[in-house]
Design a protein around this ligand. Structure first.
Ligand SMILES: Cc1ncc(COP(=O)(O)O)c(C=O)c1O
Length: 381
């Protein structure tokens, strides 16, 4: 290993959302999707260079960053895009919220599959429009899209489908055939398709990621494919993301809704994004290796040492989805928090009480300590 994934600087007092939640308490934060790894040195160096320039005025997308994004999409995801098809945004959550305002008129609704990343469920509400959800189906331990459920749920008022691709929190890398079927469904019902691909470079198994950009085109639905280096390279605090919208009219409608609300991306955000997409891949290769080992550890530990908890094989992401319903705890997240482990509660993901999400993007020693505390918590019941 050329990079260090065994240690992490103390994040207390650094304004970390993840760590501040439990400041002053002996609780290991294993919740929000932010990794306890230092950034790639190549990215840190590029940020130093940008800081050394010393001028931080309003920033438009530097052409070198745009070229890096285009090369990234071509080389890693087989998609050809042009600079004008890329809309730079300070985050994908604002992009989801703008999309709900842009494509879903009052009285209409959004459709998505649950459980899912909570802003998929809150953005329609914030836009004052409706939401329909269809549960993913578990078939022989694998999470699948329930197409019959979607056909029953969709109405003439449904305007937008939001897909998590790969899926947070179940970690599924949907096969191309499934996504083509979903695109056909969206086309037939006149839905705009959002493909949130923030986790697309965190595929842990040897599986191909199918970008929503492959589903776009004259015969497909209008597609917004959303990307960011923030999960893969742990750069969420730099607030730089990009939405690729191949269709000009769809892009215009989206951009119009963002007018006056969305700021320019900050200069360091572009610098970090560009360095990640150009130079971050050796770090990424080792990081994925680390995550695979952590994923295997979680799957093994849950099966052998956490009776009453179940998990699924995770194909992508560093977020394990746990079913603790058998324990019949009144509040599973609170129970583990009281025993020193801060997990995400499944309820905001649209899951029933008893589901939890565990972030294993951290040094092995931290993961082992969190798992040991969970086992001890169960033994103490
Ligand atoms: C599916 C998904 N989309 C978006 C985000 C957050 O995006 P951003 O930080 O760019 O707003 C996350 C963060 O966990 C996520 O899991």
């Amino acid at each position: 290993m050329n990079y260090d994934f065994n240690t992490c600087p103390d994040r207390a007092g650094s304004g970390s959302l993840k760590w501040e939640r439990y400041a002053g308490r002996d609780v290991i934060p294993m919740w929000v999707a932010d990794m306890d790894f230092t950034s790639a040195p190549e990215i840190i160096e590029a940020l130093h260079d940008r800081v050394s320039h010393g001028v931080f005025g309003y920033t438009v997308p530097p052409s070198s960053t745009v070229e890096a994004a285009i090369a990234y999409l071509r080389e890693r995801h087989g998609a050809e895009v042009t600079p004008e098809q890329i809309v730079w945004f300070p985050g994908l959550v604002p992009a989801l919220n703008v999309a709900c305002r842009a494509f879903v008129p009052a009285g209409s609704e959004v459709l998505t599959c649950t459980p899912v990343y909570p802003p998929f469920l809150s953005s329609p509400e914030f836009a004052g429009v409706g939401l329909k959800t269809v549960d993913l189906m578990e078939i022989n331990g694998v999470w699948e899209i329930d197409f019959d459920g979607l056909e029953s749920a969709v109405t003439p008022n449904t305007k937008l489908f939001i897909l998590c691709n790969p899926h947070n929190p179940v970690g599924r890398v949907f096969p191309r055939a499934t996504l083509e079927r979903l695109a056909e469904f969206c086309c037939r019902h006149g839905l705009v398709l959002i493909s949130d691909e923030i986790h697309c470079d965190l595929v842990l198994d040897d599986l191909p990621h199918t970008s929503g950009l492959k589903l776009a085109g004259p015969a497909g639905p209008p597609v917004l494919s959303m990307f960011a280096p923030s999960k893969t390279f742990n750069l969420a605090g730099l607030a730089c993301a990009f939405v690729v919208i191949p269709d000009a009219n769809t892009r215009r409608v989206f951009q119009k809704s963002a007018r006056g609300l969305i700021t320019e991306i900050n200069a360091l955000g572009y610098a970090g994004c560009e360095a990640a997409l150009k130079f971050g891949w050796p770090w990424h290769r080792e990081m994925i290796q680390t995550l695979r080992l952590n994923r295997d550890r979680v799957e093994d530990f849950v099966a052998t040492s956490l009776p009453g908890i179940r998990t699924w094989h995770l194909e992508a992401t560093y977020l394990a989805w746990l079913d603790a319903r058998e324990l019949k705890l009144p509040n599973a997240a609170k129970f583990f928090e009281d025993h020193g482990v801060g997990l995400s509660d499944g309820v905001p993901f649209g899951a029933p009480q008893g589901f939890l999400r565990l972030n294993f993007g951290c040094p092995r020693s931290q993961l082992d300590e969190a798992l040991a505390r969970m086992a001890k918590a169960l033994a103490s019941r």
